[in-house]
Design a protein around this ligand. Structure first.
Ligand SMILES: *Cc1c(COP(=O)(O)O)cnc(C)c1O
Length: 396
């Protein structure tokens, strides 16, 4: 028997790795200094923060001075969007973003629209890939920012960031990418990609929660959103979360060191799961890329005739933790904005479940989950009035 509960929700958060935890511990207790203080306690903290900055900068190929620590992906996304909008509004008020961004971006863009910015969405195809020709057709001389995530948190699509950055720069617009799901999983070289700003978060890569970073290219004009003391070269006020930053860097270092091994292992679990589900569960649709260009951890399915939430509860009862739609919209009855942008009809956009695997999962857990899923789907469909009316139609 496999041990439950089984965690298949790594795109929502990951457990803190032991090495990161060990490295953090002294910074809660004996090395508790404020990195702004002018004494030995402060210097100890500064040393730790500098070391962490160097580690992450070398992994993504930027200068340490181009990396700013934040409270996480949401703050980094807010900073990029609001900070660029505010600093570049003299050039224009046109902002282009992808329609499948995280809520941290979509919600912030809606706020900017209230302040008179014109938000336009790129098009994505049915697998979630950005339509580059469409982007070329909508970018303008007064476009100040093009924002597209490196990899999608719900359906796992990996976007052509280098090509998007080239299009952005053809009109002198700033290129921002939310790399929260990609950092530590894919090789990232910010210079080779040509991005001007990039968000990262620690807790998606086995680091602690509540810490992240924003890469800001040297020379880029950006306003602050959190003002206060002189922290982060006076660009982001607030006492530095020293243990958090230390744990983030350690987790990033381990993720980079084990990247190839983890990629191969986690994608083998994903493929085992996808192949079994497609073979054994009827009326199911795999959302996102079918072949290339999918995050190794991600499998997202829509189950016809059933609500995603009902499947989630059944799996939870059997000790399997997954997510319905995007984590941020769970609990609400809104269909997923990501699936709607991929062109799914509302019924299917409601019936979706995301499984996101991690390096500690096993093939036994995958096989158990497929069995539980098969039974849950079968039982729920027997209770679904829609299935009785339309049932036994062709697969989707
Ligand atoms: C989780 C996530 C965020 C938010 O990061 P937090 O550190 O949880 O605030 C932003 N973007 C994407 C793509 C994410 O998956």
């Amino acid at each position: 028997m496999v041990k439950t509960p089984i965690y298949f929700d790594h795109a929502a958060t990951t457990p803190l790795c032991e090495e990161a935890f060990d490295k953090m511990k002294p910074y809660f207790t004996e090395n508790f200094g404020n990195a702004n203080s002018q004494h030995c306690f402060g210097r100890e903290a500064v040393k730790a923060v500098d070391e962490a900055r160097d580690t992450i900068a070398s992994i993504i190929n930027c200068k340490p001075g181009e990396l700013y620590f934040t409270s996480g992906g949401t703050e980094s996304d807010n900073w990029a969007l609001r900070g660029i909008a505010s600093a570049h509004k003299d050039k224009g008020k046109h902002i282009i973003i992808s329609p499948i961004e995280h809520a941290a971006m979509i919600t912030t863009a809606k706020e900017l629209a209230k302040d008179g910015f014109e938000i336009e969405f790129m098009k994505v195809d049915e697998e979630g890939f950005v339509d580059l020709e469409h982007l070329k057709s909508i970018i303008r001389d007064d476009t100040i920012l093009v924002a597209c995530m490196m990899a999608n948190n719900e359906v796992g699509t990996i976007e052509p960031i280098k090509e998007i950055a080239e299009i952005a720069h053809s009109k002198n617009a700033v290129m921002f990418t939310d790399a929260v799901q990609a950092a530590g999983v894919l090789k990232i070289d910010v210079k080779a990609l040509g991005v001007d700003l990039m968000s990262m978060s620690s807790h998606k890569i086995y680091g602690p929660k509540g810490v992240g970073a924003l890469y800001i290219r040297t020379g880029l004009k950006i306003d602050s959103i959190i003002t206060g003391g002189h922290q982060e070269r006076t660009k982001r006020g607030g006492t530095t979360n020293v243990p958090g930053v230390v744990g983030f860097a350690k987790a990033f270092e381990i993720a980079a060191r084990d990247m190839d091994k983890n990629f191969e292992y986690v994608s083998s679990l994903r493929d085992r799961f996808i192949n079994k589900v497609l073979a054994e569960v009827p009326f199911v649709k795999l959302n996102g890329p079918r072949k290339e260009g999918r995050l190794p951890a991600n499998a997202d399915f829509s189950f016809r005739y059933i609500e995603g939430e009902s499947i989630l509860f059944s799996l939870d009862l059997a000790g399997i933790a997954v997510s319905s739609g995007s984590a941020c919209s769970s609990g609400s009855l809104e269909p997923s904005h990501v699936l709607l942008a991929l062109g799914l009809p509302e019924g299917l956009a409601h019936g979706s479940i995301r499984f996101s695997f991690g390096k500690r999962n096993t093939a036994e857990e995958i096989d158990y989950a497929v069995e539980v899923l098969k039974q849950a789907v079968d039982r729920l469909r027997k209770m679904s009035p829609l299935f009785k009316v339309e049932g036994e139609t062709k697969n989707v």
